[in-house]
Write a protein that binds this ligand. Sequence first.
Ligand code: SF4
Length: 306
Amino acid sequence: MICRLPKWIAFGKKLKIVDFKMKTERLPQWLKTNTFENLRDTKVLLRKRRLKTVCEEARCPNKGYCFNKPTATFMILGGSCTRNCGFCSVSHTGVQPVDASEPERVAEAALELCLKHVVITSVTRDDLPDGGAAHFAKTVLAVRRRLPQAVIEVLTPDFRGDINALKIVTESEPDVFNHNVETVPSLYSVVRPEADYKTSLTVLRNARELSKGKNIKTKSGLMVGLGESFDEVIAVLRDLRAAGCNYVTIGQYMRPKKSNLPVVQYVHPDIFLKYKEEAQLLGFEAVASAPLVRSSMDAFELNAGI
Ligand code: SF4
């Protein structure tokens, strides 16, 4: 089926999409996911606790797999973002006030789900003086109180590069500090127009510095299939290692909604294996690189080296 070219394709040229006729292609076999049964329990629990997950808000293809485990990535600071990244389906229609009861509700849900690894992420809140850093710290501490044995991972925005905000988060001592660079620098103007590649690298470098003496691993991730070249991805891996990143995740971009950027390429699993080999050669302690990989998917296993 040939569709009308949405505004994004105007950027297509920027994405070096030559002779691109957008057609809704069938997903390759390797991106087909299984269906899972008892998602309802996890969903009911999340609703009961009035909690959002990036799994649902970002229409993650692995939701079934993760909710079935069960695990979920809690999304704090409301469901509406102050930014509008081309790949993201999260709402941008007006931010909600910060809910002081949220940290405790996340901790209660994590306890009820018996999570071994708790991932806490958020929309970007450029409207808040600290970008939401204090709320992140309160949530980490609340989970730590309820689940002292659990691994706690934060997947944060860039806090506009504010090191004081970052310090508030690292002082709460999560086990894993994650901030995604998402894509290669040449695509930022289309994929993450309100973000900056160098700022994201600085956030990771500073988190590394601020974590000295604390047992905090740093992690980042990117999507492929948006028009980047193999060499551009390898260059990003080098930059992340230079910023002291311990872990990296690489997954296939999948278009959550028609208003989001088109998929330029479904990258073959063999290429993901090559990225994994290169990343391991560069010295990452743990690498997850495969079509369905997402930054929090199997986060427990990645951190445990399983
Ligand atoms: S910053 Fe971008 S990726 Fe993150 S929630 Fe906002 S729009 Fe989505």
